[in-house]
Write a protein that binds this ligand. Structure first.
Ligand SMILES: [Zn+2]
Length: 356
């Protein structure tokens, strides 16, 4: 299916990012990456993080920063199948716990949140390629069958029919003109950040207010983007190598939550999975990759075996902290994918550019 880039561009790449990408291209196509990977043979796994795997319909409703097109995903998985050693999260954690070497070129595939397209589009491709993966569910969203707040916000801004927002208690007044896409982008990112760090109840209230005021045109046509528990069962049936982990109940930022909320969010998600699937989850990922000592301790107390964060990406090798496994947000392109999964990244980039 054709990949349509949404017209509302929220995050144009920064110039420095573009230059770093260009430098990565040089490293890869000059053969330096491959030479480095062979000569140094860096041991360790690159853990890839995906959210939505989307066709052009889903792309209308999901923040493009968190999605990869089906065709790119399929090309990436075929590449991994032929050229990399893909293992499950449990195999990786077993290897690290036993202090064995994680062989060079190892990759682990992870999905966050629990998008319906994890079942509809990603799972069949992974099954065809016979690759293991894990999805970390925000269990409250699965139980409520509600979409992630960021996508509700994205769709409200994309489809807006009103061009001012009046949210005095957020310091946003009606003078901002949302016809200007740069202003809209700035306010969108500002509200997204507020929603990220607020409690679940405050988030629902603010999000409801924003949607109400923007009156998005196609609101009634929004598809269900989140898996149901029945679909999670189905996912396990069609692809038993898909592990199911947890990602809190309400997808809140644990670093800005109270101690009670932190342990309730983590242990609650473990309970939800046990009740719905009859199995005990082993793996966790921190919402937004944000963690602190309290959150890590709560994950350990919930008897989880590992917890993943996000960038800066690094290779998970023997001796890695299994409660702080870093991941690379998978790019929606094939061009640098071989380099990013070669083992040469991020070491070679850090060495030559001083950054990943
Ligand atoms: Zn998430």
């Amino acid at each position: 299916m054709e990949w349509v880039v949404p017209t509302f561009d929220f995050q144009p790449p920064r110039v420095s990012q573009t230059l770093v990408r260009a430098a990565h291209n040089v490293m890869y196509f000059s053969g330096a990456g491959a030479l480095f990977a062979r000569a140094r043979a860096p041991a360790g796994a690159m853990i890839l993080m995906y959210h939505g795997i989307v066709d052009s319909d889903d792309a209308r409703w999901i923040d493009p920063r968190f999605s990869v097109s089906i065709s790119t995903f399929e090309a990436q998985m075929k590449f991994l199948r032929r050229h990399r050693h893909v293992i499950s999260m449990t195999e990786l954690v077993d290897t690290i716990d036993r202090k064995k070497t994680v062989r060079p070129g190892t990759v682990v595939i992870t999905f966050d949140d629990g998008y319906k397209n994890t079942l509809d589009t990603a799972a069949p491709i992974l099954k065809r390629c016979d690759l293991p993966a894990i999805v970390y569910l925000a269990t409250g969203y699965v139980s409520r069958e509600k979409g992630q707040f960021i996508d509700v916000l994205f769709s409200a801004f994309r489809g807006r029919t009103r061009y001012a927002l009046d949210l005095p208690d957020q310091g946003i007044d009606a003078s901002s003109n949302l016809r200007d896409s740069e202003v809209a982008r700035r306010i969108y990112l500002d509200i997204a950040h507020r929603l990220m760090v607020s409690s679940f109840e405050d988030r629902e209230r603010l999000l409801g207010e924003v949607v109400e005021q923007l009156e998005p045109l196609d609101r009634a046509r929004a598809p269900r983007l989140t898996l149901t528990w029945e679909e999670v069962h189905h996912l396990q049936r069609i692809h038993p190598r898909f592990e199911i982990g947890v990602h809190t109940r309400n997808h809140v930022d644990l670093t800005s939550s109270s101690p009670e909320a932190v342990s309730n969010e983590i242990s609650g998600s473990v309970e939800d999975l046990r009740r719905e699937l009859g199995t005990t989850p082993l793996h966790f990922s921190f919402p937004f990759g944000r963690s602190n000592d309290r959150a890590r301790t709560a994950a350990m107390e919930a008897k989880l075996r590992s917890a993943a964060v996000t960038e800066p990406a690094s290779l998970a090798s023997s001796g890695a902290d299994v409660f702080g496994l870093s991941r690379l947000s998978a790019p929606d392109t094939m061009s640098l994918f071989p380099f990013y999964t070669s083992g040469a990244y991020p070491d070679l980039s850090l060495k030559l550019l001083g950054r990943a």
